[in-house]
Design a protein around this ligand. Sequence first.
Ligand code: BYC
Length: 436
Amino acid sequence: MTTPDYAEKIPNNVDLRDDRRLQRALESWQPNFLSWWESMGPTLPTHDVYLRTAVNVGREGWAHFGHVAMRDYRWGIFLSERNPDRRIGFGEHKDEPPWQQVPGEYRSDLRRLIVIQGDTEPASVEQQRNLGATAPSLYDLRNLFQVNVEEGRHLWAMVYLLQAYFGREGREEAEELLHRNSGSQDAPRILGAFNEETPDWLSFFMFTYFTDRDGKYQLGTLKESAFDPLSRTCEFMLKEEAHHMFVGTTGVDRVVERTAELMVEHDSDEVAARGGIPLPVIQKYLNFHYSVSLDLFGGDTSTNVANYYTAGLKGRWLEDRRRDDHRLTSESIMVDALDDGEIGQTEVAALVGLNTDLRREYIADCQGGVKRWNRILSSAGLDARLTLPHVAFNRKVGAFARSRPARTGSCSRPTNGSGARESGCPPTWTRRTCAR
Ligand code: BYC
């Protein structure tokens, strides 16, 4: 049996050809990846799909566009170019050079972060596997497959880190990433949102708008990592992620546009029988995908995140634009808290509130989509509006995990701490708590 030439089969900029040990590890993982792709990837038979394939990281262009059989897609390993002047930007190692190897004391935390990130990538492919059969158009089908192969490449990116830097444990984790499956009773994916179904295209558009956007923020914080290979990997993944969110944003645009068109044409909200999706249904999809994505940021307070930051493993969104000491040992932050059924805020050390800090960045970004979709409604001359549900709605993680607030209410003051307006304060709240 001839040994496949993985340096050719796996486009890469990590000198794979010179690293026999790593090549062997990837060599034994690749067939398992392909059989996972066959059994859990897209179900629609495909021969020839027009796809973007990452082949480089340079400014002159990083992708090849052409027709390929999806099974032969070249899942490559690319890290952004190394910056020799880079310094760690935060935490107790601030201003030291970044690490090219994993420091022993941070090994298990770093592995955990990489495994959690890696777990989401194949999960989303599994969630979307049946969508090809109901694609609204060839354009949408191409986008779906593009997103799927790139999530597959992101899995390769995390597996590369595990196999190159974490020895036997890393190789075992790489196998586990193919063993767990979205929605499985026995071996589910790690994070909640990745065990939910994506049964239809509105779900897919909402997922790529809201859940891929969580990916943007999580990758953005891992891009700050003192572990340089992780930082450079995430920086490059963010490039591909932008297209995924574009698919979501413009997909929802088109749904809202058609609904608005039908509402105006027939002077009625009853658009379902005419082939549109009623606004209340769109709102429900939005509520669901937004709220499960909020859970992906972890608890409102977390000692894990405090430790990650102090150690330099995971930074803040746009860390270098923050005007503070980047150590945060004496700062505080207000986070959401539930006290005897009353929603309010409590002051905690800034370090333990970092999941809240990131979630607020994300919430402010999500407002952009809602604003955009409401502009479509108002341009059509309609008064109806979509809203983000309150941050407490349908939460399974954090302070509101067991609360049962209604989605809508009368308070329209800013309540999410980001300065953004939320319209959905539960009616049971007092105005004092809402306004805080
Ligand atoms: N579901 O201390 P806490 C993407 C667990 S998306 C279930 O508050 P921490 C993509 C947590 O693991 C981006 N369990 O959490 C998008 C912990 O368990 P243990 C993915 C949850 O550690 C679309 C316990 O609850 N990347 O790329 O501060 C398509 C206590 O939690 C959930 C990352 O997430 C949940 N939602 O923060 C494709 C980045 N949330 O240890 C791809 C890496 C928390 O007590 N991960 N738990 O057993 C992290 O940064 C952090 O681990 C988390 C959690 C933000 C996830």
